[in-house]
Design a protein around this ligand. Sequence first.
Ligand code: GTP
Ligand code: MG
Length: 229
Amino acid sequence: MFHLASSLYTQYTKREQYNVLILGLDNAGKTTFLEHLKLLYATPNETKKTEGGPDTTETIRSKRILPTVGQNVATIKYEGTDSHQFANINLKFWDLGGQKSLRSMWSRYYKSCHGIIFIIDSTDTERFHECYETLMEITHDQSWSDENNGFDFVNVPILMMANKQDLPTAVDLISLKTGYFIDLVSELEATDSKLLPVSILENQGLRESLDWLVTRLVYNKANKMPQYK
Ligand SMILES: Nc1nc2c(ncn2[C@@H]2O[C@H](COP(=O)(O)OP(=O)(O)OP(=O)(O)O)[C@@H](O)[C@H]2O)c(=O)[nH]1
Ligand SMILES: [Mg+2]
């Protein structure tokens, strides 16, 4: 009885926290994305920002973002587009360096993550195959295997963001799905995944992307319990 009461108390007074990894090749836009999120959403210790908020695009453009060596971490208070849905959720993001020599470090974070955001530079057609191979390595990594649960494959939702859609050379979503990434779409069929077009720099599609991810994180709770903070 005490356990039941205490777990109900926790559920109603604490926020759920989900850990999300931001992965992708170097120059995809991962750190730019994290910087945008920090401007778009309040942090757990802040109150809600003023109506309208800062102009994220101009603020981000004025920042000099260097290639990441190591990690950037930030936690935000999630607010869905529909404010009644999914209240009391924190998202903790890890933005990891995407250079080839740094990718072997990613798997250390898989066990503790609840979801993955994989960012693709939609203009970098020469490296689409590398994107595909990198995603396949992530989903088949042995760190996911868990004898207790019988998993030997990725068991968290994967949101792929086809970034830099503001540029004229960007490949659009349909062409990506039916052309360059057709194998990817069929390989990931059984996985909880989605490919969405975005422009991080222009702040296009970011809230919608997070809404999809949060819905899936909550749906996957039975496999990966959130932390309560
Ligand atoms: N045009 C355009 N440029 C973008 C967009 N998002 C990011 N960039 C640019 O892409 C470049 C790389 O961005 P980063 O955020 O540093 O990329 P990263 O994925 O963190 O790279 P690593 O840290 O090396 O793994 C920067 O010059 C950004 O301004 C976008 O939506 N549109
Ligand atoms: Mg970076």
